[in-house]
Design a protein around this ligand. Sequence first.
Ligand code: ZN
Length: 143
Amino acid sequence: MAVNTTDNEIKRLTPEETAELKKVLEQKRDALNESAREVLNSQIMEEIRAADEIDQASTEYEHSFEYRLRDREKFLLRKIEKALQRIKDGEYDLCESCGDPIGKKRLTARPETTYCIVCKEEQERQERMFQKKRQQQRSQMEF
Ligand SMILES: [Zn+2]
């Protein structure tokens, strides 16, 4: 009897599935670029208004919030562009770390991901450990 592949084995994407996700990525990228333009426009308006505003503090607060938002968007945009490049290179659905297929389910949920779930969880675990260590170092410096 032929060896059957198990249901939970992660397979590589078909060209059709890759094309579908490419479309999703391109739409996401366009939406981000659009919102980046809007933020820029609203910042110009904000600066004109701030010129004769007394409440500078709240304006500055809003600005720092916008910058943080833009940093997050820029980060996502870079990931999306990287994913699109990986599609071109034909390695889109392969984990950047271990080389195993990432799987359709995970890529559909997060089309910009470059890690399989196992490597992603490991990475997050290490990030948490690193943050904890940094917090500990910081609190030791403060007290
Ligand atoms: Zn992996």
